[in-house]
Ligand binder design. Sequence first.
Ligand SMILES: Cc1cc2nc3c(=O)[nH]c(=O)nc-3n(C[C@H](O)[C@H](O)[C@H](O)COP(=O)(O)O)c2cc1C
Length: 386
Amino acid sequence: MRIDNAVNIEDLRRLARRHSPRAVFDYVEGGVEDEIGMDRNRAAFDAVRIVPRYLVDVSQRSQKTTLFGREYAMPLGVAPMGLSGISRPGTDLALASAAGQAGIPFTLSNVSNDPMDQVVRAGNGQVFFQLYGTRNRGLMHGSVARAADLGVPVLMVTVDVPVHPNRERNARSGFGAAVKLKLPYLLEAARHPRWILEYLANGGVPKFMNLLSAQDTAASSAIEVARTSGEQMGDTTQVWRDFEDIRRRWPGKLVIKGVMHPDDARRAVELGADGVLVSNHGGRQLDLAPSPLEVLPAIRAALDPSIAVLFDSGVRRGSHVVAAMCLGADFVFAGRAMLYGAIAAREAGAARAIALLKREIDLQMGQMGCAGTDEFGPQWLLPRAG
Ligand SMILES: Cc1cc2nc3c(=O)[nH]c(=O)nc-3n(C[C@H](O)[C@H](O)[C@H](O)COP(=O)(O)O)c2cc1C
């Protein structure tokens, strides 16, 4: 199938799967343990009922949405995804560029592969930066300072990875350092010659260009940089004091990512957060966590309307964006849906993913009888029985 013939995100997923060795695709696709969280994310969307209103003029529908004082073309951005260069070299740049062209934000992870300055340029001033706490606090403070120097407007601090998750797909394949893949997975990888050629042409294991300083990264081999990341991540000693410390260092808007409890959301705001991203990390961390859609209304209710409530996890359709906004989100992010496109066909594939979701949101709005994203709210939802 050609990229232009993909009619939905599921088509892009199939194209991405065909491109990728199984071990690599499992890293992108997988959840944790029994992958109940991923199923729950899907089920939560399936349970939403939107009640349409007819004989309303929907000839002029606009998706323009303001977040932190800036207007975006859609209420949807690209969630941070680390190690995307393993799927295809240049994926951070491809996603940033497609998002920039489409007028939506792209979020660069601190465990990403393409250099921050290049990504910021590619993203047309709409690149956010995301930070995982590192054991060596100097590393995280260094990348926060680099993002500030580059004029990045928004920093997301991800808090839902206190320990390394139990991803059984990766344990089975040996994914982690790609060179240690187990034999059946290595043999399967041989059936993806295009991926292998691109991987080798770009020097094998991609470097975490934004974790260490530019000089350190240049001086270290990719494997050493990968090991540094393994040692630095999953820091069990991160506490609220560290969040306060980042607030002091970061001049721009600050979002806490991965919050699922209204009390945590309130606390983050008390400590200076400008926004809260309600997320279960796409079902990749705590398998029995609720779907963020289930906790979204309580978190929205707990916070002042001036605080931005953002949402991600499980978005594969325009209707999912609409559902999350009716349940209280001000802005929505998608992870895998965008990555599938970029893996399938680089920037053109990422652009295709964005265009498909944009069209779906537009048609959903027309169907509902809604002309603007500021009209989304609980009034569209069928009250639950009982
Ligand atoms: C391959 C992959 C890598 C990810 N890496 C990060 C990361 O580096 N930082 C982060 O905060 N979240 C990371 N996430 C989580 C996403 O930001 C987002 O919360 C999640 O993908 C949303 O679910 P969805 O994929 O169903 O849209 C990653 C997700 C995927 C699929």
